[in-house]
Design a protein around this ligand. Sequence first.
Ligand code: SAM
Length: 334
Amino acid sequence: MRLIFELSGEDTKLAKAEVFSLFHDYKVLFDLGMILGLEVSMDLDEGGDRDPKVEDLRLLAMTHCVSEILGESDDIKEDIIESAKKISIEKRPLSVRCRKVKDCKIRSGEVERAVGEIFYQKGFKIDLREPKIEIKIIICGERAFIARKICDCDKKFLRRNPMEMPFFYPGVLNPKLARVLVNLCGLKKGERLLDPMCGSGGILIEGVSRGLEVFGVDVRGRMVEGAFKNLRFSAFKGYNLMVGDSRNLCFKDRSMDGIVVDMPYGQSSPIIGKSARELYYRSMEEIFRIFKKRCVVVAREDLSEIAEIIGFRSIERYDQRVHRSLTRKILVLS
Ligand SMILES: C[S@@+](CC[C@H](N)C(=O)[O-])C[C@H]1O[C@@H](n2cnc3c(N)ncnc32)[C@H](O)[C@@H]1O
C-alpha cells in the first residue's frame, strides 16, 4: 500500500529515519521535505509478523499523521476533482480537509467543498463532526495527494515532563528524543531492550510504555534508585534495574534484542572510566557482544570509527544540535 507521512518538520532527516525503521521493506515514492510517500507492505487489519501495525505508526514521535494515498494530481483544483472522481472506497460518513504544506494559490476551503461534493454525488454522507472516514487533501509543492487518514500520531507522551518526575537530574533525555531513539531501534512488543547507562530512566520509561521488557544499568547507585522511582511513578510494568558498569555487563551474548544508550557527556553526567575513549570503546564492545538486532548509541562524539573497528556491519549517523556547544551524534548500528 502507499502511505503518506506528514512529518513535524523540526528535523526531517531524523523523522524519516524513524519512519524507515518501522518497515523491513519499503520504496520511497516521493520526498518533499515535510511530506514523505512510501510504498510498503502492510495490512491495516492484520499486520504481518514483520509488518508494523497501526499502533506502531501512532508511536512516531516526529510525524503528525499517517494516511493511505488514494489519488494524486497536480495542485490544480480541476485535476484534484478529477482524481477524487476515480476514488472507490466503502460508503461511510466522511469529512474532507485540505492542508497546504507550502504556500500556493489554491484555496483550501474551495477544494474541500468541491471534493466533498464529488463524494456526496457518489452517495456518501458528509459528516464533519464524527466522520468514519477522514479524507485529507495534502498540497505540497506542485503536487496534491488525496489520502485517507489512518491515524494521528500520539502526542500525549509529551506530557511526561522529566521535571515533574520524582527523580530529576539535568542530563535527562527529553521524552521526544527518547521515543525517537527507541523507534530507531525497531523493536516489537515483548522484545528485550537494554540501556546500560540508564541515568534517570528516560529510555526505559519509553520502552516499558510500549510493552518492551526493559533492563537498565547505571554505575551510580543514586541513578538506579532514581530510575526506579521514576519507573514506579510511570506505573508501567516490565522493568529490571541494577547497578553495574557498562564496560563489564552481566548479560549473556546476544541476550538483548536491542540496546539504546545515551553516553555521558562529561558535564552533569560524569564519565566513569579511565578516559572517555576507554569508556566508549569498552562499552561499545559489550554492546556488540550482547545485542541481537539493532543498537542506537548517542554521544557527544562521533563513535562510528569505534563501531567499525568493533565490527558493526551497518552504521547510520544522524546529528542533533542541542545548543552551540553540544551536537548529539546518533548512531544506528547492526
Ligand atoms: C547521559 S546520562 C544518561 C541519561 C539518561 N538517558 C536519562 O534519560 O536520564 C549517562 C549516564 O551514564 C552513567 N555512567 C557513566 N559511566 C558509566 C559506566 N561506566 N557504566 C554505567 N553507567 C555509567 C552516568 O552515571 C549517567 O547516569
